[in-house]
Design a protein around this ligand. Structure first.
Ligand code: HT7
Ligand code: ZN
Length: 854
């Protein structure tokens, strides 16, 4: 397969200022007529090349005349043209109901919908499928009125009517030129939760969230989130919505979370539908975040789009940063930051240290869908965050205003964005730009010494960039590190917080008049996405976990203390748990902390994060060390856990930050009570499971039971299944909870579940719930027999035949082979080789599996 390289970018030979699309819709056979006004962009003699995906045109006309000197080259339709502007008409036939890849026009739950990013539009009609071709769309749809009473597309509705033969039509015009990846249409039997938003300039926007009639009561949270996001973008970024209509449609079969099509977002239903009975607090928060994310794309992505797909982080990194800031403003900013950093460490750090490492602006790809990664999204957001930190809020806003004003209506680059940050912020980002080109997570070592006599403290900092595939040597980066010192005796700050920009390989910072032994608090707020190695003792970490005035740094100190203890335990079979127990006890009884923060702070790092700290991952030893610490924490602090559990029994379900925090702490406490081996733990969990008036409590209790041996486990699983067997999103939880179980027989259970009548690889959510969840269960997936690897590889080979994009996204756990012992590494490699050798393998899978072997 052909490699696309960033350095090969050339502006388009032809622009398409306008298109009229006419879709005669039928699931088995849809006719698509496209009329394109094309304009030659310079004095060249190259033909018009329209991307396609295996179709043959039924007809091709140039300026109203049928032609036959067109040809198909590598799926593209090539049309020789003599003039500088022409009208091209093509007709194709496609079959949405056979589209299992869920790219282009496809059927989901009896409705028809589209997904065009990144390169799905070419599966609908012939078109220059690249983001720097900006076009005004007129879309006419015709369909059976009974099956598809609702017909939606981008922009505003301009007409509709009956066709007389049981069919009807509707036409929509989008006044804003857009790349074809933002095209969308939906035909279905749907109802809307409608609302109105008045923009700050007084325009009325009709909002609609379209779902199956039975799901209408579950749309209230999403519509509130949408209105809150619209207001927030006006207040914080000065960005107003620009059409009269904003529609969202929820579908069950979707490769991703959601899609920001202009004026017609299409969502995976898991990011729309929620009520207390079926959605957890995590789901509610994720819905608000994704609704906000897609809405924010209207400016960061749609009004200003990307020149080419190498610039993907321009819209995704920036928009993730915007949605993270939005969520932080809605509740506890500290807890949100902890959650975001935990997510970054779980998904992006391993990517950055593995075979698939790439810069946030990559240089080459085989299949662009493989680059919708945690690096582009989450590390991309961290890079924006660092610039926001260095500029400060006022200058950052000036710089984003400049960016939006200067590039509105165009396809821009990451470089354009950084140049606006420099100009608007008045700073030089020359060296900072390395964040865009160098892959890998920087490692910072920090060592603080103090001379009591002179009152002088010296902080020695050094940075190191590990090599990554294709980038053996790296240059030092600019690392904005927030730091502060605390007096070990008084627990008072020594001076105020400083932001230092570490830009050399090694630097020293001196502090004068330091009269007591200082303790270092560094990378406060996680101001740079780096790994910090310090020589701080367990006592100092415990001190910071109790006294640091930055909540993130406080959490971080506790995590480091836990990690050091767990790594010690995994390496030597035992460790001293006293310091962790004391620090956790202290956190639990601190009256100034809220439940949500306590719940985060007392949670042990995951098995995989512990593994990431070790030269070689020993999954069994890590599991044993973690279980031993959980047990000791459970036993030593049993009274406190019970008090926290009882104190957090909220009256009735309420979706508020404090009620959420209470529920979180309750389930964390329940986990520790179970870990202690308390005889009543299973009945306590089962009681919570049965009495719950919300999914957070019910799933929390189920998770506890599913990792244990009590008879209540089977009872709870059966009750859960029977209660929710008609709800696909809740059944996904039933599958994933079992796939994440800590039991010894998890693989056997998962293998059985893959044969369950409700399991299907055709639905991406279900495939991810079982196969995706199992492959991040470190101990179960990496069991010494290699059967976990085989199970996942078998599933991915089968999934690739239906949906290559979703299959390829699940490859990374197999690519971690270098991190394991020889026997496991050989078995993981063997599975990757088997995948690569599979006849008819997609290029998505080929790219991921072959790069993972390198
Ligand atoms: N911009 C959207 C990306 C997306 C996508 C990418 C590949 C295949 C399917 C997809 N569906 C949506 C989502 C977002 O970042 O907002
Ligand atoms: Zn996005």
């Amino acid at each position: 397969p052909a490699v696309t390289r960033r350095e090969d970018y050339r502006p388009p030979d032809w622009q398409v200022p306008e298109i009229a699309l006419d879709l005669d819709l039928d699931p088995a056979s849809t006719r698509v007529n496209a009329t394109l006004n094309v304009v030659r962009t310079s004095a060249h003699d190259r033909p018009l090349v329209l991307d396609g995906a295996g179709q043959t045109p039924l007809s091709v006309k140039v300026d109203g005349v049928a032609i036959n000197d067109w040809r198909i080259e590598e799926d593209a339709l090539v049309i020789p043209l003599s003039g500088s502007a022409h009208v091209i008409e093509t007709e194709v036939e496609i079959a949405p109901d056979r589209n299992t890849q869920l790219m282009g026009l496809y059927a989901s739950g009896g409705n028809l919908c589209t997904q065009c990013e990144a390169e799905g539009f070419r599966r609908i009609t012939f078109f220059p499928d690249r983001p720097d071709v900006l076009t005004r769309y007129k879309v006419r749809m015709a369909a059976d009125k009974a099956r598809f009473p609702v017909l939606l597309a981008n922009g505003d509705p301009v007409g509709a009517g009956d066709l007389g033969d049981g069919r009807h039509w509707a036409e929509w015009h989008d006044p804003y030129p857009k790349p074809c990846y933002l095209f969308a249409m939906v035909a279905g039997d749907l109802v809307a939760n409608r609302a109105t938003f008045i923009t700050r300039s007084g325009r009325q926007v009709a909002l609609g969230i379209w779902v199956r009639p039975a799901d209408l009561p579950k749309t209230a949270h999403a519509i509130e989130a949408l209105k809150t996001s619209m207001k927030w973008d006006e207040d914080v970024y000065g960005r107003e919505y620009d059409l009269d209509v904003f529609n969202i449609v929820a579908v069950d079969d979707f490769n991703f979370g959601a899609m920001e099509n202009k004026g017609l977002n299409i969502f995976n239903s898991r990011y729309i539908l929620a009520d207390a009975e079926t959605a957890t607090d995590y789901d509610f928060d994720a819905i608000a975040a994704v609704v906000a994310h897609e809405y924010f794309h209207n400016w960061s992505g749609n009004r200003v789009t990307c020149r080419d797909w190498f610039q993907l982080s321009l819209k995704e990194g920036f928009t993730v940063f915007r949605d993270q800031s939005f969520s932080a403003d809605q509740g506890s900013a500290a807890v949100k930051r902890i959650e975001d950093v935990r997510g970054l460490r779980a998904a992006q750090f391993p990517e950055d240290s593995g075979p698939l490492a790439h810069a946030i602006r990559p240089d080459a790809y085989l299949e662009i869908s493989n680059f919708y990664t945690a690096t582009i999204y989450n590390k991309g957001a961290e890079v924006i965050r660092m610039m926001a930190t260095m500029l400060g809020p006022k200058q950052f806003r000036a710089a984003t205003d400049l960016y939006f004003d200067r590039f509105d209506g165009t396809a821009a680059t990451c470089e354009d964005f950084v140049a606006c940050m420099e100009e608007g912020g008045g700073i030089d980002l020359t060296q900072f730009r390395l964040w865009y080109s160098q892959a890998g997570t920087p490692r910072v070592s920090a060592s603080l010494t103090h001379e009591p006599g002179s009152g002088r403290a010296v902080l020695k900092l050094a940075q190191r960039m590990p090599p990554t595939p294709g980038q053996p040597d790296k240059k030092p980066m600019v690392l904005p590190l927030k730091l502060k010192l605390f007096g070990a005796e008084t627990a008072q700050p020594i001076g105020s917080e400083q932001l230092i920009l570490l830009s050399d390989a090694e630097e020293q910072i001196s502090f004068e008049t330091v009269t007591e032994r200082p303790v270092l608090s560094i990378n406060r707020g996680f101001s740079a996405p780096v790994i910090v190695e310090t020589d701080r003792s367990a006592a100092d970490l415990a001190f910071l976990s109790a006294h640091d005035d930055d909540p993130f740094a406080r959490y971080e100190a506790m995590q480091q203390l836990m990690l050091d203890t767990l790594v010690e335990g995994a390496k030597h079979g035992q460790a001293d748990h006293a310091a962790v127990i004391a620090a956790v006890a202290n956190t639990l009884q601190d009256p100034h902390l809220d439940s949500a923060f306590i719940a985060e702070a007392v949670l042990l790092p995951s098995d995989s994060f512990i593994g990431d700290q070790m030269a070689l991952v020993d999954p069994e030893a890590i599991f044993r060390a973690r279980e031993a610490l959980r047990r000791d924490l459970g036993r030593a602090l049993e009274a406190q856990w019970r008090a926290a559990y009882d104190g957090a029994r909220a009256a009735k379900f309420e979706y508020s930050p404090s009620a959420k925090g209470q529920r979180r702490l309750k389930t964390v406490a329940l986990g520790y009570i179970a870990a202690s081996g308390a005889v009543d733990a299973a009945s306590l969990a089962f009681g919570q499971f049965e009495a719950a008036d919300n999914m957070t409590d019910r799933q929390g209790a189920l998770t506890t039971l599913v990792s244990g041996n009590a008879p209540e486990r089977i009872a709870a699983l059966d009750i859960f299944y029977n209660r929710y067997s008609d709800n696909a999103l809740v059944l996904d939880k039933w599958f994933s909870t079992q796939a994440l179980s800590a039991r010894d027989d998890t693989l056997a259970m998962v293998t059985e579940l893959a044969r369950h009548r409700d399991f299907t690889l055709a639905n991406p959510n279900r495939a991810r719930a079982l196969v995706g969840a199992f492959s991040v269960n470190q101990r179960a997936f990496n069991q010494a027999s290699g059967e976990g690897y085989r199970f996942v590889a078998d599933q991915l080979i089968a999934l690739d035949k239906l949906n290559p994009q979703t299959a390829a996204k699940l490859i990374p756990p197999l690519g971690r082979w270098r991190r394991f012992d020889e026997a496991r590494a050989a078995m993981m490699r063997a599975e990757l080789e088997r995948i690569v050798a599979t006849p008819g393998l997609s290029k998505d899978m080929f790219e991921q599996a072959s790069r993972s072997l390198a």
